[in-house]
Write a protein that binds this ligand. Structure first.
Ligand SMILES: CC(=O)SCCNC(=O)CCNC(=O)[C@H](O)C(C)(C)COP(=O)(O)OP(=O)(O)OC[C@H]1O[C@@H](n2cnc3c(N)ncnc32)[C@H](O)[C@@H]1OP(=O)(O)O
Ligand SMILES: N[C@@H](CO)C(=O)O
Length: 176
């Protein structure tokens, strides 16, 4: 379907035969990756035509599945989205490789026009986690279901609650 390495890494995270028949989120991810590839094309007729198809398809998947992944957002390879509905990512957000989102997750600004989060690799978002503002989430951290995260989270930490508090941190080698 495509040799886009980011998309191939996404597909691998689904571990399914015929994921398009089983997971609504894979449609939204496919449209997102396609949108990124269109933006990388040189200006010209091919890009114009594809853009004309991209926008209705983006709106359709956003509305049908409740998953909004604007192509301005930078999302690393190997994205996994469990379930669907009320998943909104700001177009300024940066998300690393191998991250996992779930239903209800928002990654956005704290005030209109304000900065959006920068998220490391292998970060897990529990259902309905809200991550807001110009904050940084370190690699491998976990965000509990229903948490509201307004401050930086260190790599490997688990945070829960509203506002979120750290309940566990990464184990350092010299502590083992
Ligand atoms: C259809 C479906 O199944 S969709 C799947 C939906 N599931 C999810 O979204 C899973 C998200 N996972 C979570 O929220 C998990 O609780 C995690 C990853 C945050 C933490 O898991 P663990 O590391 O095992 O932590 P643990 O369960 O020991 O909890 C640590 C503390 O945080 C509290 N806690 C855990 N999760 C939450 C939460 N989401 N909100 C508030 N507090 C929480 C616990 O009560 C405990 O507090 P205490 O020490 O005062 O008793
Ligand atoms: N395995 C799924 C459960 O539906 C998840 O982690 O969200």
């Amino acid at each position: 379907m495509s040799r886009d390495p980011d998309w191939l890494a996404d597909l691998e995270r689904y571990h399914l035969r015929r994921p398009f028949l089983k997971e609504q989120s894979i449609w939204a991810i496919w449209v997102y990756r396609w949108g990124r590839r269109i933006e990388a094309k040189p200006p010209g007729l091919a890009r114009k035509l594809q853009n004309a198809l991209y926008w209705p398809l983006f709106r359709l998947t956003e509305t049908a599945f409740g998953i909004s992944l604007p192509r301005g957002a930078r999302i690393g390879p190997g994205l996994r989205i469990w379930h669907f509905g009320n998943i909104f990512v700001n177009e300024q957000a940066v998300i690393g490789a191998g991250c996992t989102l779930r239903q209800g997750v928002t990654i956005g600004n704290r005030h209109a026009g304000g900065p959006s989060p920068v998220i490391g690799d292998d970060v897990e978002f529990g259902a309905y986690a809200q991550v807001l503002g110009g904050i940084r989430l370190g690699d491998g951290c976990k965000i509990g279901a229903m948490s509201v995260v307004l401050h930086d989270v260190p790599a490997g930490a688990t945070v829960v609650g509203a506002p979120a508090r750290v309940v566990s941190t990464a184990v350092k080698i010299d502590e083992v």
